[in-house]
Design a protein around this ligand. Sequence first.
Ligand code: FES
Length: 81
Amino acid sequence: MSARIRLTVNGHPVEVPAGASVAVAVAHVTLRFRRSVSDTPRAPLCGMGVCFECRVQVDGVAHVRACMTPASEGMQVVTDA
Ligand code: FES
């Protein structure tokens, strides 16, 4: 049995396998990660750190790429969509 990581996304408790990305955790709650400058909901596109469409706030730090950031215990993630 793999270890589990517990964090929150927009205040909702989420549990993911150890090694999962923040993007995986966010997808448990919403597929809207952020809004574009034209106010369009955006979601991960590339999954490898290139498109920046997956940016979220992590522990108060804005513009963190969810696809490139491992989820960690107690992390607080907030989307902008
Ligand atoms: S999905 Fe493209 S940078 Fe994260």
